[in-house]
Design a protein around this ligand. Structure first.
Ligand code: ATP
Length: 234
């Protein structure tokens, strides 16, 4: 089944058109959304995450219409925003338990099992009882991903996850995303090509609110190198 289908999506802020008619279909796996600062990536992601209204177009997540079935769509999504506010005084485990209850996992034992599962998936089980304020930037991002994995969402949306990470943490995070993408559908937004080149098979490039490219990473790589530099993607 198609996980995400977007047709003719438009969004304006006042007179400024941030998205000028986006068409995009995602089936399974890891999909990279590339684009320089200001291209419209966060706008698109906020719409998909049901945080922002849109004027025109249709969006379906796993066959459900975002406009009319937003509540059900929200339950199918895992979202890691660009700036995630983690409660620093909580332990990783406490935060995830709280997040799981917010996602509707009300039974205490089921919640514990779910939290244990996602901690293992992101390799944080040994730090589960440590306070979030003692975590490195990379650990915080992995905790954010763990939160997005709660409840086995059909679509995981990750917005610029490696901004602010040091090179070693960046590599670790990329490897984690790549392994998660083997089993799931993940839309990963970034302006850094190397965030996705080892793991994504499909990508799209957003430029000034329009999708300028959709296809495989090998097709993207075969375009003139200049294309990538022209759009300001390192
Ligand atoms: P970045 O990588 O810098 O986050 P982006 O590709 O995610 O960039 P958006 O944040 O979606 O881009 O912004 C797209 C355009 O819309 C930019 O020109 C931005 O200035 C504008 N924009 C975003 N939010 C608003 C807003 N609330 N009001 C007015 N303009 C906005």
């Amino acid at each position: 089944m198609v996980t995400l289908e977007i047709a003719g999506l438009r969004k304006s802020y006042g007179k400024f058109q941030a998205l000028k008619g986006i068409d995009l279909t995602l089936e399974r796996g890891l999909f990279g959304l590339l684009g320089p600062n200001g291209a419209g990536k966060t706008t698109l992601i906020k719409i998909l995450s049901t945080l922002l209204a849109y004027e025109e177009g249709e969006v379906f997540v796993h066959g459900l219409n975002l406009r009319t079935e937003g509540h059900q769509v929200r339950q199918m999504l895992g979202y890691l925003p660009q700036q995630v506010n983690l409660p620093l005084q909580f332990t990783g485990e406490e935060f995830l338990e709280y997040a799981a209850s917010m996602k509707g996992v009300l039974d205490k034992r089921a919640r514990k099992r779910e939290v244990e599962r996602v901690l293992i998936e992101v390799n944080l089980e040994e730090c589960a009882k440590k306070k979030v304020k003692s975590y490195s930037g990379g650990m915080k991002q992995r905790l954010g991903i763990a939160q997005a994995l709660l409840g086995e969402p059909k679509l995981i949306i990750v917005d610029e996850p490696t901004a602010g990470l040091d090179p070693a943490e960046r590599i670790r995070f990329r490897n984690l995303i790549a392994s998660l993408g083997e089993q799931r559908t993940i839309l990963l937004s970034t302006h850094i090509v190397s965030d996705i080149e080892l793991s994504c098979e499909q990508a799209a490039v957003l430029l000034q609110g329009e999708l300028e490219f959709k296809g495989s990473l090998s097709e993207l790589a075969s375009l003139a190198d200049g294309f990538v530099y022209e759009v300001g993607i390192p």
